[in-house]
Design a protein around this ligand. Structure first.
Ligand code: ADP
Ligand code: MG
Length: 261
């Protein structure tokens, strides 16, 4: 099931707690499980994608920070994970400094792109788990990406902040990365027991039409437990609703990509 080689997907939203990391880790794990080779890049100084796959910052000596600083090549910092075909470029708290250190660099927005291109990785997908801001780390991800995937929490203020986010995506598209496209919008933490979730989902769909993935991720306690065990949802509890929905999402994602490829 060979996809377009090296498709880079940035998972971004400047709001915290909307499901970026949960989506990055579980999409990456589900894609790997269905036969794709995947590199997950943690570019959030909080390192939740790394710890969520059981990698603790004290074990990490080479990280996305060293890659952005051009101290090591991507393939020198990448590590294997509990999933076959899923590799991780981990993050450490050093990365918080990168945002400031990069400011004076003449090509500050292009460091991740440069590093990924220089490594010529033989993978199908590269997933970038972004921090909760629109700062230089997220801009580096958008510049390196072919597409951006926007998780939106199905709650009252869902659309708040989307304008600013899409404006940033547009600016990057116009000035830094003309190839950047929107992969789609994923509704997360949907609570089927409330009318509110349904109303919000309708509103987002009215606004964004078929950019919105048909698969919706429900609020599911197993999804929130898995990271503390250092496991993806399919490794932690493959029978859970969360696992089934992320598997369905990965299938929809692949279907859309096959249509384009
Ligand atoms: P972000 O990366 O956007 O900050 P996370 O993916 O870390 O967001 O999610 C925020 C919190 O919500 C985490 O504790 C996570 O485990 C939990 N969470 C994410 N998605 C779900 C879900 N569908 N159901 C229940 N809890 C979730
Ligand atoms: Mg996160």
């Amino acid at each position: 099931m060979k996809q377009r080689a090296n498709k880079v997907v940035a998972v971004a939203n400047q709001k915290g707690g909307v499901g970026k990391t949960t989506t990055s880790v579980n999409l990456a794990a589900c894609l790997a499980d269905s036969g794709c080779t995947v590199l997950l890049v943690d570019i959030d100084p909080q390192g939740n994608a790394s710890s969520g796959l059981g990698v603790h910052r004290d074990e990490v000596t080479r990280s996305s920070y060293h890659v952005l600083n051009n101290e090591v090549a991507v393939h020198e910092a990448v590590i294997a994970t509990q999933h076959e075909r899923l590799f991780l470029l981990p993050a450490t708290t050093d990365l918080a400094g990168a945002e400031i250190e990069l400011v004076d660099h003449p090509d500050r927005e292009f460091q991740l792109r440069r590093a990924l291109q220089a490594s010529e990785l033989d993978v199908d997908f590269i997933i970038l788990d972004c921090p909760p801001s629109l700062g230089l780390l997220t801009v580096n991800a958008l510049v390196a990406a072919s597409t951006v995937l926007l998780p939106v929490q199905t709650e009252y203020y869902a659309l708040e902040g989307m304008g600013q986010l899409l404006h940033t995506v547009n600016l990057v598209h116009q000035h830094l990365n003309p190839e950047l496209q929107i992969e789609g919008i994923l509704l997360t933490m949907y609570d089927g027991r409330t009318n509110l979730s349904e109303q919000v989902a309708d509103e987002v769909t009215t606004h964004f039409g078929n950019l919105v993935f048909e698969t919706v991720i429900p609020r599911n306690v197993r999804l929130s437990e898995a990271p503390s065990h250092g496991k993806s949802i399919i490794a932690y509890d493959d029978a859970s609703r969360g696992a089934r929905r992320y598997r369905a999402f990965a299938r929809e994602f692949l279907d859309r990509n096959q249509k384009i490829a």
